[in-house]
Design a protein around this ligand. Structure first.
Ligand SMILES: Cc1cc2nc3c(=O)[nH]c(=O)nc-3n(C[C@H](O)[C@H](O)[C@H](O)COP(=O)(O)OP(=O)(O)OC[C@H]3O[C@@H](n4cnc5c(N)ncnc54)[C@H](O)[C@@H]3O)c2cc1C
Length: 276
């Protein structure tokens, strides 16, 4: 197996480097390098720059406005981004919901939601975990009852990352209690501004509050916001998780971190800066 990069891949790496040099504000890179929390505006700003270059959705297929990147291109982009201390792309819309809508959404859902992810019009968060339903996710109890042309949702989600910034949440809800527990789950898109939705921050040991609890009290959700089939949301949920986990793995970022560690060990660098 030939593990060398092709000339085209090297050229892509140069393109990414040039872009980062031109577009990444050194003050923002410094915040990332020092692991300081970014503001919502800083995250949105970086998304907008990537989107203008067509690289926010590099991993999406071209027919959905993506770059159609190969896994090698994706790796190169991540590695160079990490070496330059660029912010990571907030994954909820781009890396999680986007692929689900592309595979399971209706044409109307794709046409409506996908462009809004790219433009930043919608900030998504993930409503999977519940108190008591983490590893055993299929035991979730947030209930969706069908009433005419909408669902009525009651329950609670937890550990909702950046939920306080989001205007939309994709949620796993229990739409049936019959049969195997995985069979009665549906995948719903819920507007966080709907009456009955409330968000409460969870303050962590370091004093920050990046994760939240989200409560649903008789929240009305149009049936048009159901993705896939009713009671078959588990299929969407698992598909999303394959994208979530490969994204979280951050191989490019881990490679760059290891590289940095090697240079620290050799005394060449400290906190991402050459030793003077
Ligand atoms: C920083 C952070 C951000 C998160 N963001 C989100 C988010 O945005 N949206 C969202 O939905 N969720 C989010 N989560 C939740 C995350 O996905 C859950 O933490 C995860 O599913 C595990 O659930 P739990 O924390 O309830 O742990 P538990 O399920 O209680 O597990 C605790 C420990 O017990 C072990 N364990 C559990 N069951 C068994 C078993 N049967 N046998 C042996 N060992 C077992 C587990 O491996 C684990 O080590 C986030 C979590 C973190 C830490």
């Amino acid at each position: 197996m030939d593990r060398r990069f092709t000339a085209g891949e090297q050229a892509f790496r140069d393109e990414v480097r040039d872009f980062l040099k031109a577009e990444l504000d050194p003050a923002l890179a410094d915040k990332v390098r020092l692991h300081q929390g970014l503001t919502k505006a800083e995250m949105e700003g970086w998304h907008a720059r990537l989107n203008a270059r067509g690289w926010l959705s590099g991993n999406w297929p071209e027919r959905f406005g993506g770059g159609g990147w190969t896994p090698i291109q994706r790796h190169i982009f991540e590695e160079e981004s990490a070496l330059a201390h660029a912010p990571r792309i907030v994954p909820f819309g781009i890396a999680m919901l986007g692929p689900v809508l592309q595979d399971f959404g209706s044409k109307a859902q794709q046409d409506h939601w996908l462009p809004r992810i790219l433009s930043g019009q919608d900030w998504w968060c993930q409503g999977y975990s519940e108190p008591g339903s983490g590893s055993d996710l299929a035991s979730l109890r947030t209930r969706a009852r069908r009433e005419g042309d909408h669902y009525v949702v009651n329950g609670q989600k937890t550990w909702t990352t950046l939920g306080h910034y989001a205007n939309m949440i994709f949620c796993l809800v229990r739409s049936s209690t019959e049969g195997k527990k995985q069979k009665g789950i549906s995948f719903l898109l819920i507007d966080m501004k709907s009456p009955g939705v409330s968000v409460r921050p969870i303050v962590l040991l370091d004093g920050t509050a990046e994760v939240n609890e989200v409560f649903f009290d008789a929240v009305k959700v149009p049936i048009g916001n159901l993705v896939g089939q009713e009671n078959d949301g588990w299929t969407c949920a698992k598909y999303l998780l394959t994208h979530e986990r490969t994204n979280i793995a951050g191989v490019g970022f881990a490679t760059a971190a290891l590289d940095n560690l090697r240079r620290v060990a050799r005394g060449q660098v400290h906190r991402g800066r050459p030793l003077s």
